[in-house]
Write a protein of this length. Structure first.
Length: 184
C-alpha cells in the first residue's frame, strides 16, 4: 500500500508527485501539530505558586497592552527588567494626543513607581507588578516626555519585567484626563 499522496496532474502537466512526496502520516502529524498550537491569542492567567517565566510575562503584558476599545497607533515600545529600571525620553510632537501604557510583572516586586516628566511638570504613578493591569498616562503632543522607573532592589536581583508602549490617539478618543502629567 502506498502511504504517499496519489499522483495528481498539475496545471503544467507535471505530477505533484514528481515535485514533492510527503507521507500521509507525516502530513497528518503536521496538520495536527498546527491545529494543536495556540488557538487563541490569550496567555493563560498567572497561577500563584507557579514559577515566574519571562516569556510568559512578556506575552501576557503585550496582550494587556493591546487596545480593544480605543483606536491608537503604536509609536514606540520597549521592555526592561525591573532590576534595571527604565529611563526613556519620548518624542511627542505632532497634533495628536499621546498615551504611555506600562505593565509590570514580577513575583518578587509588589509595585514600582513611574515618574513622568515634561519640562518642570512631574507626576508619579504606582504600577502594581501583578501583570494583570496597565497604567495608562495621557498627555497632549508637545515637548519630549521622560518616563523613569527606579531599578528594583532586594537581597537578590529581583526578577520581573516592565513592558511599555507609547501610542497616539485622536483627542476625542482620550478616556479620562487629557493631561495626566499636569492633572485635570
Amino acid at each position: 500500500m502506498n502511504d504517499y499522496a496519489p499522483d495528481t496532474p498539475s496545471a503544467h502537466g507535471r505530477t505533484e508527485d514528481a515535485i514533492m512526496r510527503i507521507p500521509r502520516p507525516l502530513m497528518a502529524l503536521a496538520i495536527a501539530a498546527a491545529l494543536a498550537g495556540c488557538t487563541s491569542g490569550e496567555s493563560p492567567p498567572y497561577v500563584p505558586g507557579t514559577e515566574w517565566e519571562p516569556d510568559d510575562a512578556l506575552q501576557s503584558a503585550q496582550a494587556i497592552l493591546k487596545d480593544d476599545d480605543t483606536p491608537t497607533r503604536l509609536v514606540e515600545s520597549g521592555a526592561s527588567h525591573v532590576a534595571s529600571g527604565l529611563r526613556e525620553t519620548l518624542e511627542t510632537s505632532g497634533d495628536k494626543s499621546y498615551r504611555f501604557d506600562i505593565v509590570c510583572d514580577s513575583d518578587e516586586v509588589s509595585k514600582v513607581t513611574l515618574l513622568v516628566t515634561r519640562g518642570t511638570s512631574k507626576r508619579q504613578f504606582d504600577v502594581a507588578c501583578k501583570g494583570t493591569d496597565a497604567v495608562r498616562v495621557n498627555f497632549p503632543a508637545g515637548t519630549p516626555v521622560t518616563v523613569t522607573v527606579a531599578p528594583a532592589t532586594g537581597k537578590t536581583e529581583p526578577q520581573g519585567l516592565l513592558v511599555w508602549n507609547l501610542k497616539t490617539l485622536e483627542r476625542a478618543d482620550v478616556h479620562g484626563c487629557a493631561n495626566d502629567i499636569e492633572g485635570c
